[in-house]
Design a protein around this ligand. Structure first.
Ligand code: IPE
Length: 259
């Protein structure tokens, strides 16, 4: 790895590494291990953000955390996602990746659900020293609401802007964004988004943070304020994480080029 290498940010969706239809944390350990092995073949500066899946959405819903403050519910939800993070970190370490946990609860403040502050310096030094910081969707402190649910989908573009990331990949359980016929949309820009928006389905399982539409929305905002193109691709397919990390443009590109 060279110090001048650009930063890659990879999100692994909760639907890829957990059974998202379960009412309580059900991890897909084989998938976590497979993805960890694919990641171990990459030699650049990398940040991983993972979703919560059944380790966060059902708990947040049970305690209605998007509607009202509930300290106990917040702790239960955070501890649950932290368990999933431990599985991810352990598999990455076992595969030879120097992954370290960064829990947003401890370094991020939101205002009405939007990040207003994150302690980035630690992440910067981790990257300089060859560590792979692993963040995740979490419960965080909120200046207005007390606590809010922060999706990994918001963390990814925030970090990309703050750190000037070069490549962004959102690994989901679908072949990118699908059109009406179930075919992958090649590129989404702010000009074709309105047409495509109506095909973007809601999540089949409990999702308190906006599902696929939420992802596209965050990434469109990112490319409106930067020239960073992101790719939403299927991380549940063997080899796709490696392909993305090796520079292949797979899935749906969210971009402002050509507009
Ligand atoms: C959700 O994070 C966080 C909690 C519910 C605590 P994400 O929005 O990143 O999770 P996935 O990818 O949809 O599972």
């Amino acid at each position: 790895m060279k110090a001048e290498d650009g930063i890659t940010i990879l999100k692994i969706g909760g639907s890829v590494i957990t059974d998202k239809s379960a009412d309580d944390g059900a991890a897909k350990h084989d998938e976590i291990e497979r993805i960890a092995t694919e990641i171990s073949g990459f030699d650049g500066r990398l940040i991983i953000v993972h979703g919560a899946g059944s380790f966060g959405h059902p708990q947040a819903k049970r305690y209605a955390l998007t509607e009202k403050f509930d300290a106990k519910g917040a702790i239960i939800t955070h501890n649950s996602v932290k368990n999933l993070n431990r599985f991810v970190i352990n598999s990455l370490n076992k595969a030879g990746v120097n992954a370290v946990p960064v829990h947003p609860l401890g370094n991020t403040v939101c205002e009405n659900g939007r990040i207003v502050q994150m302690f980035i310096e630690g992440i910067r030094i981790m990257l300089e020293n060859g560590f792979v910081p692993v963040l995740h969707g979490d419960v965080v402190m909120d200046t207005v609401l007390g606590i809010s649910i922060l999706s990994g989908d918001q963390i990814v573009p925030y970090l990309a802007m703050q750190l000037g990331a070069e490549r962004i990949g959102i690994g989901s359980a679908k072949d990118g964004v699908l059109d009406n016929d179930g075919k992958t949309v090649e590129a989404i820009t702010s000009s074709n988004f309105r047409d495509i928006e109506k095909y973007i389905g809601a999540s089949e399982n409990t999702d308190v943070t906006g599902g696929m539409l939420g992802k596209v929305d965050e990434l469109l905002k990112l490319c409106e304020t930067s020239s960073i193109t992101s790719y939403i691709f299927n991380a549940a397919k063997n080899g796709n994480v490696s392909k993305f990390l090796n520079g292949d443009d797979i899935g749906t590109a969210i971009t402002n080029t050509g507009t």
